[in-house]
Design a protein around this ligand. Structure first.
Ligand SMILES: *[C@@H]1O[C@H](CO)[C@@H](O)[C@H](O)[C@H]1NC(C)=O
Ligand SMILES: *[C@@H]1O[C@H](CO)[C@@H](O)[C@H](O)[C@H]1NC(C)=O
Length: 187
């Protein structure tokens, strides 16, 4: 009886842990190119950095996939990054898209890439913040990262503008993330 109870509790715990992670559209699903090289990062990372892409937004998986392909091409061919710059991106369809993913170094914030996860919202959020469902899925992704041990429990959340000369993540989104858990203005 006791054993059954423990087994049930373990199962509930497992279901709980996995249900905290949003579905992630994988690289192969959106059609990513192979990276030139991939550099691992030491986890858990201490920082989560929020960006916007300053591109048009996208409202379904097909359009968002095309957008990611174009961002990856720009980063690899024009900027000579080894891969798409962000660890993850959030589409206007409120889906999470895998960039370089967990455990790998992005190219989003010079000097901070080896100790952070960079999340890029697809769109320009200078005057209007992303929709609530986009914000929710991003927060869920961060919690998931903490649960997986990819992000430290006492992580600091920053807007890209605090770390390099940029407007990113846009005034409206920057205002929004100030209400998020663990937000700091300066590291
Ligand atoms: C592009 O990056 C690679 C690897 O970091 C480097 O060896 C190469 O010189 C760079 N090319 C240009 C044009 O900057
Ligand atoms: C982003 O939006 C702001 C406000 O609408 C605008 O001034 C800016 O030019 C936009 N940026 C780009 C690159 O389109």
């Amino acid at each position: 009886m006791k054993l059954i109870l423990i087994a049930v509790l373990v199962c509930v715990e497992l279901i709980h842990a996995s249900s905290d992670c949003p579905k992630i559209v994988s690289r192969s699903r959106w059609g990513a190119r192979s990276p030139k090289e991939a550099q691992a990062i030491t986890v858990p990372v201490e920082y989560v950095i929020i960006h916007h892409s300053v591109t048009p937004t996208c409202l379904d998986e097909d359009a968002c996939s095309k957008r990611l392909i174009s961002i990856q091409n720009y980063h690899m061919d024009q900027k000579n990054f080894s891969d798409i710059g962000y660890n993850f991106m959030i589409g206007g369809d409120a889906k999470v898209y895998e960039g370089v993913g967990w455990n790998k170094q992005g190219t989003h914030t010079k000097g901070w890439n080896s100790k952070s996860i960079g999340i890029g919202f697809i769109g320009n959020f200078s005057t209007e913040a992303p929709e609530k469902k986009q914000l929710s899925v991003a927060k869920k992704l961060i919690r998931c990262g903490v649960d997986l041990g990819e992000i430290g429990e006492n992580y600091k959340l920053l807007g890209a503008r605090s770390l390099r000369p940029t407007d990113s993540p846009g005034d409206a989104l920057y205002k929004e993330i100030q209400n998020w858990k663990n937000f700091v203005r300066t590291p």
